[in-house]
Write a protein that binds this ligand. Structure first.
Ligand code: GAR
Length: 190
């Protein structure tokens, strides 16, 4: 069984969707670890409830990114993690973590990349007035939301839709697309 480490910084609705898919058998993998860089994030409580082991750290307690990423690599290797699943982990991945897991780190982003990379992609799309936005799952490289695209799904921005309604529609798509895409990658054995 493939072992996943989910990296999250916030609410963890994608973590929930991935856990649910492992429980109902549509995703044949084990969420073996949560990695979280925000000691007060809601996702930590969710991990506790599900019995997912968590590595929670405060970047400010480390001298630099290289130091905390080296610690993360140690934990990932101890747990024999196969895939890193970024789910709202709001940090760029540095070389220390990228190299040992190259090609095994994926991210979900709430826009149709390459449009609207970076922070608040939903707000950026809303403010730009686009009629179609969506969700992208991609491999992670050293850039900001720049890695090779694996899957995308469009979401229509209906006339009169509020920003909150757009966010809800996008997240609904994320919660289906992410577990399904992970399952495809795992069964392809890439
Ligand atoms: C998700 O919408 C995800 O696409 C986004 O953060 C949200 C996390 O929500 N990620 C990015 O913007 C990455 N650039 P969640 O904590 O409820 O899963």
């Amino acid at each position: 069984m493939n072992k996943l480490a989910v990296f999250a910084s916030g609410t963890g609705s994608n973590y929930d969707a991935i856990i649910e898919a492992t429980k109902n058998g549509t995703l044949e993998a084990e969420v073996a670890l949560l990695v979280c860089d925000k000691p007060n994030a809601k996702v930590i409580e969710k991990a506790k409830q599900n019995g997912t082991p968590a590595f929670v750290f405060d970047p400010k307690q480390y001298r630099n990114k290289q130091m905390f990423e080296a610690k993360i690599v140690e934990v990932l290797q101890e747990e024999k993690i196969d895939w890193i699943i970024l789910a709202g982990y709001m940090r760029l991945i540095g070389d220390t973590l990228l190299h040992p897991f190259d090609g095994k780190i994926i991210n979900i982003h709430p826009s149709l990349l390459p449009a609207f990379p970076g922070l608040d992609a939903i707000g950026q799309a809303f403010d730009a007035g686009v009629k179609v936005s969506g969700v992208t799952v991609h491999y992670v490289d050293s850039g900001m939301d720049t890695g090779k695209i694996i899957a995308q799904q469009a979401v229509d921005v209906e006339d009169g839709m509020t920003r909150e309604e757009l966010q809800k529609a996008i997240q609904q798509v994320e919660h289906q697309l992410y577990p399904a895409t992970i399952q495809k990658l795992i069964t392809r054995g890439e």
